[in-house]
Write a protein that binds this ligand. Structure first.
Ligand code: ADP
Ligand code: MG
Length: 263
């Protein structure tokens, strides 16, 4: 039986889809079978980030409605034999899906893959409820901004109320220069606020934008800082003990921040 992670945040535009694609590639590179499920019904874009948009024939809605078999809707990645995408419907509405429908589909995926990663839509409405319904564990994405942290906090509360298993934090789009200058919240402070373990910190990196436009997640080459950061998260997911990057900056900033906010 595979493990099911939902990648969620509350706030939109913080890197859920980017993270789902990159972790999927990284897990596949480590030899695991992976399916990435786009749960953003009506607003899919995981297919584009993976460069698989031209291959879509069926989607998860077709599977849930019984129009096609699961096998017909799964799209095999061009680069990795064990990486698959299950696209979302572009024409349906999230209200067309129920939590039970999702649970059934995810249970089927779990039997076939080592890892199932669910890319959650923004918000905390039905789309969110559907996306978390079949998940065993959650990865919360936040940027070091108050609005994003607050939304993450809300989501963590909802996940706990839904008896979600392990919940881990990924801090995305960190700008080390700003952190060092005392102008961006530091990881330790975000951890203090949210009370979760961090599984990774991803720098703000223009390579992400370039790679997104090319449909080639940065973990394919993993040469950039963001690519390495995502591969480190993959390592931690599969149980390796990997130290965090930028440990020195972390220490130098922690003291600065405390003075800054006098606590
Ligand atoms: P979400 O799925 O949470 O809405 P996306 O993954 O679509 O967010 O990312 C939103 C935007 O932010 C995209 O344009 C993406 O390229 C950009 N982005 C995400 N992570 C990073 C990063 N670490 N560095 C730079 N840009 C990023
Ligand atoms: Mg998204």
């Amino acid at each position: 039986m595979g493990k099911v992670y939902v990648v969620t945040s509350g706030k939109g535009g913080v890197g859920k889809t980017t993270t789902t694609a990159n972790l999927g590639v990284g897990l596949a590179k480590n030899g695991y079978s992976v399916v990435l499920m786009d749960a953003d019904i009506g607003l899919r874009n995981l297919d584009v980030i993976l460069g698989l948009e031209n291959r879509i024939v069926y989607n998860s809605m077709d599977v849930m409605e019984g129009t096609c078999r699961l096998k017909q809707a799964l799209i095999k990645d061009k680069r990795y034999d064990k990486l698959f995408l299950l696209p979302a419907s572009q024409t349906n509405d999230k209200m067309d899906v129920s939590e039970d429908m999702m649970k059934k589909l995810v249970a089927e995926l779990k039997e076939k893959f080592d890892y199932v990663l669910i890319d959650c839509p923004a918000g905390i409405e039905q789309g969110f409820k559907n996306a978390i319904a079949g998940a065993d564990e959650a990865l919360i994405i936040t940027t070091p901004e108050i609005s994003s942290i607050r939304d993450a906090d809300r989501v963590i509360g909802l996940l706990s109320a839904n008896e979600m298993g392990d919940i881990k934090l990924i801090i995305n789009r960190v700008k080390m220069k700003l952190v060092n200058e005392g102008n961006m919240l530091h990881m330790d402070d975000i951890v203090d606020i949210l009370g979760l373990d961090v599984i990774g910190i991803v720098p703000d990196d223009e390579e992400i934008v370039i790679s997104t436009n090319k449909g080639e997640p940065v973990t394919i080459k993993a040469l950039t800082q963001s690519g390495k950061a995502y591969m480190n998260i993959v390592g931690r997911i599969i149980g390796k003990d990997i130290p965090f990057l930028n440990i020195d900056e972390k220490r130098s900033f922690a003291s600065k921040f405390k003075n800054f906010f006098s606590r």
